[in-house]
Design a protein around this ligand. Structure first.
Ligand code: AP5
Length: 228
């Protein structure tokens, strides 16, 4: 099963992708993590992405589609994948659909995590992440130690106030239209109210995936976030 996770910055896509990956036995593919790893490794792709990421702008579609081509044709994604933040423009949604069609596959589910702007800003401005395994934390100071891998917690450059504002704006302008694109292409977008404790959000997501399979309607009570 190939699941696309949509939602504004800070909606909890990464957090939920890890939990759903463990529950569903599917690999998580987060383009943000792939790009940060490329940057740490000093590759051409990472260096090309750096300025866009620091400002909170989107990396060019050609770079993202190259990453998706690599990962979706790799043995790791044979059973499917959870795509975290990997589709952020209509050309990316179109490019992914075309590429999957060529290998006899398709996107099976689209989940949209919905959180209002005030909560998003609060989450992002207090977040630290492990510079090793990328696990996000709330309420931990930079320099603390990651529980998962022992790495050092840092603040992301794009979690500075100006970059947060830009990311929300970019989401409204460039990513929110992807929701309509999937709708127009006969793919129901399962909207999850993600302004709730992490475990509740996971249950809502699993319930939406399961109930969708049984032909039921969308899950969550549907708070509106940036651009919707
Ligand atoms: P990326 O790393 O994907 O950043 P993002 O989409 O802005 O998402 P975030 O990681 O900020 O938030 P999230 O929704 O994953 O939330 P999280 O789980 O961390 O991308 C970074 C950059 O890479 C982009 O700006 C762009 O430049 C580039 N890029 C990546 N993909 C691209 C693409 N496809 N096209 C073009 N460019 C691309 O949670 C946030 C915080 O909230 C954490 O502290 C967490 O602990 C906390 N939290 C999570 N859930 C809850 C909850 N239920 N209650 C309370 N706190 C919670």
């Amino acid at each position: 099963m190939i699941i696309v996770l949509l939602g504004p910055p800070g909606a909890g896509k990464g957090t939920q992708a890890d939990l759903l990956s463990a529950r569903l036995g599917l690999p998580k593919i987060a383009t943000g993590d792939v790009l940060r790893a490329a940057l740490r490794d000093g590759t051409k792709r990472g260096l090309e992405a750096k300025a866009y990421m620091d400002r909170g702008d989107l990396v060019p579609d050609s770079v993202i589609l190259g990453i998706l081509q690599d990962v979706m044709t790799s043995p790791a994604a044979k059973k499917g994948a959870i795509l975290d933040g990997a589709v952020r423009t209509v050309p990316q949604a179109e490019g992914l659909a075309t590429m999957l069609k060529q290998i006899g596959r398709k996107v099976d589910k689209v989940l949209l995590f919905d959180v209002d702007d005030e909560e998003l800003v609060k989450r992002l401005s207090t977040r630290t992440v492990c510079e090793g395994c990328q696990t996000p934390y709330m309420g931990r100071e930079p320099g603390s130690v990651c529980e998962k891998c022992g790495g050092r917690l840092v603040r992301r450059k794009d979690d500075e106030p100006e970059a947060i504002r830009n990311r929300l704006d970019v989401y409204r302008r460039q990513t929110a239209p992807v929701i309509g694109w999937y709708g127009n292409n006969k793919m129901k977008v399962l909207r999850i109210d993600a302004d709730a404790p992490v475990d509740t959000v996971t249950s809502r997501a699993l319930n939406a995936l399961g109930s969708e399979g049984r032909g039921k309607a969308e899950a969550g009570s549907g708070k509106r976030s940036a651009g919707k």
